[in-house]
Write a protein that binds this ligand. Structure first.
Ligand code: CU
Length: 491
């Protein structure tokens, strides 16, 4: 009897761990979870959570060589290398302090990765085997290299710099700036498989720009939507897809004809988009779910603070139909999608929803900080000496600035940030449920808080090192989210 039971158990285990999941889960998505510090592994098209892997503080983007994922932490300045055969971190590479990585590209042989350092104005070339990092200063400062793509021959990195309205061409060997191309408000970049063109989203000019890569010049631009962010190209190089953050749609572009040939509406305000291998599905990360999942999370504190989760939506590309939409935890910044057959990790078998009803928003753990939420503080912003000897820094967060955006203290000071979201709604996109985030690169384990409306986040810690530290909004809040930044100066 017992022997038979064990036999049945083993057979079930084999079926469940290999064939069972494969049949109903053709694709696996790996989401860079943003402020929850996790890699989120999920099924496609079902959008069931298969596994969460805690890896850091603010996981912003990743790439794969087919065997590993290379994920960058914008707050912690680290590349984590995750082994796809067991979904665990096998190695970390430290980037320079305060680098503030926002985007990563990988060479075809998997030996090098290139990283855009949005917060520092640097771009890095990293040798994966040795962990050696070489950086390039992107001048003039302030510069904001926030997106990087590689040309198909691997000779150049293409980097968008929104502070200086340009695309940079950086040679990979030797690693140096080669040329720059003026291009207004650049965001996502995709290179066509034939290597001839780069397609660039021009965020505030509602366009996609075709860049001729042979001569590195703008060939033409076409109007596509409102606040285009991400751009991706299908496996054949026939169509490009561009997310339109403000007009809540995914636009399909015929690359040869240079024209818009389709529009798929999504709910709402997409940022990152990805396509499954073979071009069957497109997965859109939608940054707002206004009215869809109200009340799914419990309030962030006893004093209130409502957070509506973001969501992901699956579009079947042949029909253009939305076939699945689910609330997701964190602030998923990027997805990589692989075929289930390519993944040997047998631990990916349990399935659950991303968010259990009534749970609190999932934020990476804190260290060395007192954190609380108080009823919204309506006192004026600024830096004050508090009665208890702390330096009280009252910040207001609104679309799309922190006020003040430069704050000072001395090393050894106990600082108490009181940060209040004073938005009525997100500017340009009219979303009343806008939530900002606050993370200081350099004090990332003490900060990285969510800022829902109706409450103020209070974080108190000792400023135990000198320097100029960039802080930034760490929850996607609208069209100008990336530019929502400031400086914490410790003298
Ligand atoms: Cu914000």
């Amino acid at each position: 009897m017992l022997r038979r039971f064990i036999l049945v158990l083993i057979i079930n285990l084999i079926l469940y761990s290999s064939k069972g999941l494969a049949a109903e889960v053709p694709f696996i998505g790996y989401g860079a979870g943003g402020y929850n510090g996790k890699l989120m592994i999920f099924s496609i098209p079902g959008l069931e959570l298969l596994k969460e892997v805690p890896i850091g503080v603010d996981i912003h983007a990743h790439v794969t060589d087919g065997k590993n994922l290379f994920a960058i932490d914008k707050a912690q300045n680290v590349i984590s290398i995750i082994d796809l055969s067991n979904s665990s971190v096998k190695k970390s590479i430290k980037l320079p302090d305060y680098f503030g990585p926002s985007s990563i590209a990988i060479s075809k042989d998997g030996k090098s990765v290139y990283i855009a350092g949005e917060l520092s104005g640097k771009v890095a070339s990293v040798d994966v085997a040795s962990g050696k990092v070489v950086t390039l200063d992107i001048k003039p400062l302030p510069s904001s290299p926030n997106f990087v793509a590689l040309t198909t021959d691997g000779k150049y990195c293409l980097v968008s710099d929104y502070s200086n309205n340009r695309i940079l061409r950086i040679s990979t060997s030797p690693f140096k700036l080669d040329k720059e191309l003026k291009l207004k408000s650049p965001h996502g970049i995709a290179v066509t498989p034939d290597g001839k063109s780069a397609l660039v989203s021009s965020k505030f000019y509602a366009s996609i720009i075709f860049v001729d890569l042979k001569d590195f010049k703008v060939e033409m631009g076409i109007k596509t939507g409102a606040v285009p962010l991400d751009v991706i190209i299908d496996s054949k190089g026939a169509f490009a897809y561009q997310s339109q953050h403000a007009s809540s749609e995914i636009v399909k572009i015929d690359i040869a004809k240079r024209e818009v040939v389709g529009r798929f509406s999504v709910k709402y305000n997409p940022s990152s988009i990805s396509i499954t291998p073979g071009d069957k599905y497109l997965v859109s990360v939608n940054k707002f779910s206004t009215g869809i999942y109200d009340g799914l999370y419990s309030n962030i504190s006893e004093n209130g603070g409502t957070v509506t989760p973001q969501n992901m939506e699956v579009i079947e590309l042949a029909s253009g139909k939305s076939i699945k939409q689910e609330a997701v935890s964190g602030d998923i910044s990027d997805n990589i999608i692989l075929s289930r057959e390519a993944i040997k990790d047998a631990s990916l078998k349990g399935k659950s929803e991303f968010i259990k009803k009534g749970s609190k928003p999932d934020v990476a753990p804190k260290e060395g900080v007192k954190i609380s939420y108080i009823p919204a503080d309506d006192r004026p912003p600024g830096v004050f000496d508090a009665d208890d000897g702390a330096i009280e820094i009252r910040l207001k967060a609104l679309s799309y600035i922190f006020a003040p955006n430069i704050v000072n203290c001395f090393k050894g000071d106990t600082v108490r940030f009181i940060i209040t979201n004073i938005d009525e709604k997100a500017l340009y996109i009219d979303k009343p449920d806008v939530v900002h985030g606050f993370t200081i690169n350099g004090f990332e384990k003490q900060t990285n808080v969510l800022l829902p409306k109706g409450v103020s986040a209070v974080v108190e810690f000792v400023a135990d090192k000198k320097g100029t530290f960039e802080f930034y909004c760490s929850n996607f809040c609208g069209p100008v989210h990336h530019e929502m930044r400031g400086r914490f100066v410790v003298e």
